[in-house]
Design a protein around this ligand. Structure first.
Ligand SMILES: [Zn+2]
Length: 68
């Protein structure tokens, strides 16, 4: 009975506001599947961006700003 449901992976919306997909040019809030680090368009399924790249960029802290 649970065999069919297993195909549907658990996912969440990534963006609070819809963004425009670069591939299909439709708005999507970006789906993130469980255990996957990529955000995919809910329309065409293309990866919008990698969380890995984005996160490491955002988390860059200004350690160089010590001023000596
Ligand atoms: Zn798309």
């Amino acid at each position: 009975m649970g065999d069919v449901l297993e195909f549907k992976r658990h996912w969440v919306w990534f963006f609070e506001e819809p963004v425009t997909c670069d591939y299909c040019l439709k708005e999507t809030r970006g789906k993130v599947f469980e255990k996957m680090q990529s955000i995919v368009c809910s329309n065409c399924g293309e990866a919008l961006l990698l969380i890995d790249d984005n996160t490491s960029y955002v988390l860059t802290v200004d350690f160089d700003d010590e001023g000596a």
